[in-house]
Design a protein around this ligand. Structure first.
Ligand code: UD1
Length: 435
């Protein structure tokens, strides 16, 4: 792994237009779902990010023919897939590898996948996925860190999810599309990418109804065909740029989005006094110098997304007054706060609540990205801070954001990627600026 860093000189207002890539969390389910088809699938608008690249490698490892282009197109042919086990070292690198359980179970009636990896943001159980597979008739055992699922035959059933889980909802859909008879998922997640995965499955010939509501009904079909499909834009990447535009007091058109998916972010920005103008496929954010305080509670869609809690903390850190941020989904999603404190933020964390007293400004500092969205938050902090911020562990950020520094540079940010071993002093002297 390259030890790259981001070097940011803060203080530039972001202006211009940024185009949003395809949704990471849709892509990570749709790619493995393509293995269920009896002919190749062509998938467009995939984000070219590390998680997608690793997942494509995992699919190839189980035998699929996968071509992935930098222009966002993948062709996946699942016909040659012969293995129902995935390699531990790859699976550990990404949370979404759990979707192989649902897919391989549906394809072969058996799957063996090590416990998935992903960001360390708290306990991330998969009991609801397992409950779903068992309800469909699978026997699931956990041995030596490997989840082993087997079924003579999958038969549809009614499954009530105890918690609203994106991962469990999608995984059960994947396992149920070819099961015998109807499946009903009650208390399903309603995220836009759940709907996108259902639309993709239906394009392959599945019968999935109700995605986007809390009850999803699936009628099992015998056969799924290849199809061409375009992934929806990434709600979280769009939200990240909206928050960055607001925080820098900039004026940015975030384009190629579905504004409806961004309503919770738009609502909070408006509450803080920022200007947000919605178009058909864009939102324009014009930031103000001193936003108002706000309260935020993360919730499943259409509530405020947990993935944007960390970027939003940065905006609250320079708002007027005290903001209260309640993280209701994950236990350890405030690890960015300690880094923000190094930059002068005044934030206290008690359990799952951050109390954020706005300060006049942040100051640049060396900081560490502890997970993907913490990394995004630190970039925004670096953009607004006085002086230089150097972020390390940026491989976390590359997992989920496509060309983020190039997109920010186009908007006028002073950010660059320091390659492994590149001298910081050299960059500083060529910029002739520090502190
Ligand atoms: C997915 C996203 C992640 C996002 C999260 C919430 C992917 C690859 N990751 O993660 O970026 O932050 O949704 O939008 O799509 N839970 C259980 N048992 C389960 C499953 C979940 O108790 O079997 C709990 C979790 O601990 C969490 C809540 O349910 O508190 C929601 O988790 P879930 O929606 O499943 O998130 P992930 O699929 O892990």
């Amino acid at each position: 792994m390259l030890l790259e860093k981001f070097y940011i000189v803060g203080g530039k207002k972001l202006t211009g237009t940024v185009t949003i890539a395809g949704a990471k969390n849709a892509a990570l389910a749709i790619l493995p779902a393509a293995l269920l088809a009896d002919s190749p699938c062509v998938i467009d608008n995939l984000p070219y990010i590390d998680d997608v690249i690793v997942l494509a490698d995992i699919l190839a490892e189980v035998g699929a023919n996968v071509t992935l282009s930098k222009n966002g197109r993948a062709v996946v042919d699942g016909r040659p897939v012969s293995r129902y086990k995935a390699p531990h070292d790859m699976v550990k690198r990404l949370r979404a590898s759990y979707y192989l359980l649902g897919v391989l179970l549906a394809k072969f009636g058996k799957a063996e996948i090590p416990f998935p990896g992903g960001c360390e943001i708290g306990a991330r159980p998969i009991d609801q996925h397992i409950k779903g597979f068992e309800a469909l008739g699978a026997k699931v055992d956990i041995e030596h860190g490997i989840i082993k699922a087997r079924a003579e035959k999958l038969v549809g059933n009614e499954i009530y999810l105890d918690v609203v889980s994106v991962g469990a909802t999608i995984n059960i859909m994947l396992a149920a599309v070819k099961a015998e008879g109807p499946t009903i998922i009650v208390n399903a997640a309603k995220e836009p990418h759940v709907v996108d995965v259902a639309n993709f499955l239906n394009s392959m010939g599945a019968n999935v109804k109700g995605a986007g509501t809390d009850t999803i009904r699936i009628k099992g079909v015998e056969k799924l065909n290849g199809c061409e499909y375009t992934i929806i834009p990434d709600q979280i990447e769009a939200g990240t740029f909206m928050i960055a535009a607001a925080a820098t007091g900039g004026d940015v058109v975030v384009s190629g989005v579905i504004p409806k998916h961004l309503e919770s972010i738009t609502a909070k920005l408006l509450e803080m006094g920022e200007e947000v103008i919605e178009g058909d496929d864009y939102v324009r954010v014009r930031g103000i110098a001193k936003p108002r305080r706000v309260n935020i509670k993360t919730l499943p869609y259409p509530g405020f997304p947990t993935d944007l809690q960390q970027p939003m903390t940065v905006l609250c850190s320079i708002a007027k007054g005290t903001s209260v941020i309640h993280e209701s989904l994950f236990d350890h999603r405030f690890r960015h706060v300690e880094e923000l404190r190094r930059m002068g933020a005044n934030i206290k964390v008690e359990d799952r609540v951050a109390i954020c007293e706005g300060v006049d400004f942040l100051t640049g500092a060396p900081v560490t990205a502890t997970d993907l969205r913490a990394g995004a938050a630190l970039i925004i902090a670096g953009l607004i801070a006085h002086g230089v911020t150097v972020i390390d562990n940026i491989h976390f950020i590359d997992r989920g954001y496509e060309k983020i520094e190039q997109k920010l540079m186009k908007l006028g940010a002073d950010i660059r990627r320091l390659n492994d071993g590149e001298s910081l002093l050299k960059v500083v002297s060529s910029n002739n600026t520090i502190g």
